[in-house]
Ligand binder design. Structure first.
Ligand code: GUN
Length: 281
């Protein structure tokens, strides 16, 4: 039976650490402020944004909220970002994705000042990560490294297999694992022998958005399994990309869904907001 990696508790620990740092900064007369921008009325995005603002409140980070109608033009959004870039009171800028189809997401991400890019999506942040310079790191993969470190999972010299090659999770995850001296394989929809490759992993990270895709046949006994999925099963119940009931008996450690990777994303966002202040000083 696997030990559960408790993302709820670990994310709480990180938020407590952020809260302490924010309180100390306040004593020195400094404050941390995140601008959160939501365009349109996507219900999932609205929930994410609400949770991000709640986490700000909890940690003592100020938040400015911009909830714009779905017919906001790209020009209007770029104008708002330019004004937030200029505003010295704002340390971090988060534009919730996805954006409505008539807005070019890449253009919007590139408009954010890299010093305020707390999501770590700007090409400058991605470039810094890939050449090992300090900078903002995408919150979900950064959160997974924290989960592993705080669960005493050794990464150095291990075989890490990642399924999924997205810009937000798979690719930065691969680079972060290289930074931890792991040997990394990134798999995707065109990968041949997926099961065989996954079965070699000491640490298997699954980020594909397909409910219960990975079962015990993909997992080496004793492997650590990280599930980034947030899916619905055939009964509409929240589940991950990993078939937990099948994999849990043979893994050594595993993240549950919910309560595994999910809460880490927001905790790392809060961490990045405090880091933003130091970067701007
Ligand atoms: N949409 C889904 N995940 C994220 C995230 O981490 N940041 C932003 N800005 N949008 C998202």
């Amino acid at each position: 039976m696997a030990v559960l990696i408790d993302g709820k508790q670990i994310s709480k620990d990180i938020k407590e650490e952020v809260k302490d740092r924010v309180a100390k900064l306040k004593e020195d007369g400094q404050k941390v402020c995140l601008a959160v921008v939501l365009v349109g009325d996507d219900s999932a995005s609205a929930v994410y944004v609400r949770n991000k603002k709640k986490a700000c409140e909890y940690t003592g980070i100020e938040s400015l909220s911009y909830e714009l109608p779905g017919d906001t033009t790209e020009e209007e959004l770029l104008k708002l970002i330019a004004s937030l870039n200029q505003n010295d009171e704002v340390n971090g800028i988060l534009v919730q994705l996805p954006l409505p189809k008539h807005i070019d997401e890449n253009k919007v991400i590139e408009a954010i000042d890299p010093k305020k890019d707390v999501d770590g999506f700007h090409p400058v942040s991605v470039g810094n990560l890939s050449i090992g310079r300090p900078g903002f790191v995408s919150c979900t993969p950064a959160g997974i490294v924290e989960l592993l470190k705080r669960s005493n999972v050794e990464m150095d010299g291990k075989q890490v297999v990642i399924i999924g090659r997205s810009n937000i999770v798979g690719k930065p995850m691969g680079i972060l694992m290289l930074r931890e001296n792991a040997t990394v394989t990134i798999c995707h929809s065109h990968t041949k022998n997926l099961k065989e490759l996954c079965k070699q992993a000491d640490i298997l990270i699954v980020a594909i958005g397909k409910s219960k895709f990975v079962d015990a046949e993909y997992v080496k006994p004793g492997a650590v399994v990280i599930d980034v999925g947030m899916d619905r099963d055939e009964n509409g119940k929240l589940c991950g990309d990993v078939d937990f009931a099948s994999v849990e008996p043979i893994a050594s450690k595993i993240t549950p869904v919910p309560g595994g990777v999910g809460p880490m994303t927001i905790a790392m966002l809060m961490h990045n907001c405090v880091e933003a202040l130091s970067l701007q000083k």
